[in-house]
Design a protein around this ligand. Structure first.
Ligand code: IMP
Length: 180
């Protein structure tokens, strides 16, 4: 039903699972004995963070913040709004922020600065997708699943007007969907 709105698949489900496996293995190695907080930024992180943490063979704490920068459309507004905070202390903790996509970099940079200000021992970012052509602030995520071109994508957590997050792959919508 949903797939009829998709023009093309950019990252298949099998590719996403492989990305989670490789990043999970790398993070398990880098964070061994550090008991990191894996922090998901809602809501887009949901499917990917599930795949990622189940590929991490170390002790970790899971946390979430609800953060938004897009307000329903297809262009970033530049505002970063925190509607649900983490609720646990980050003092002296190692934080791995798990993102669906880094586009302008504004959201992630704002949250990284906040966590550093709150006393985190380290803050790094793992992202399923990187869209470096969209970057407005100078930021390079340390752990990147795959790099995509400058296109608005949906699926696997990513939405268009809150829809399509449940697609099992990442794709590009047909232009007529935006004009409905
Ligand atoms: P940034 O602050 O511009 O890097 O935006 C990060 C957030 O914007 C992501 O976590 C997504 O929620 C949203 N976003 C950025 N690019 C896309 C896209 O292509 N499709 C859907 N959401 C996107």
């Amino acid at each position: 039903m949903l797939e009829k709105d998709v023009e093309k698949v950019l990252v298949s489900n099998a590719e996403i699972k492989q990305i989670a496996k490789e990043l999970g293995k790398q993070l398990s190695f880098d964070y061994k004995d550090k008991f990191p907080i894996v922090l998901g930024l809602l809501k887009g992180c949901v499917p990917f963070i599930g795949d990622l943490i189940t590929e991490m063979d170390i002790h970790l704490e899971l946390g979430f913040m609800d953060v938004s920068s897009y307000h329903g459309g297809i262009e970033s507004s530049g505002d970063v709004k925190i509607s649900k905070d983490l609720g646990i202390s980050v003092q002296d903790r190692h934080i791995i922020i798990a993102e669906d996509i880094v586009d302008t970099g504004r959201t992630i940079k704002t949250i990284m600065e906040l966590l550093t200000f709150r006393g985190a021992a380290s803050v790094e970012v793992v992202t399923m997708l990187d869209k470096p052509t969209g970057r407005i602030v100078d930021f390079h995520p340390k752990y990147v699943g795959t790099t995509i071109p400058s296109e608005f994508v949906i699926g696997y957590g990513l939405d268009y007007e809150q829809k399509y997050r449940n697609l099992p792959f990442v794709g590009v919508l047909k232009p007529e969907v935006y004009n409905k």
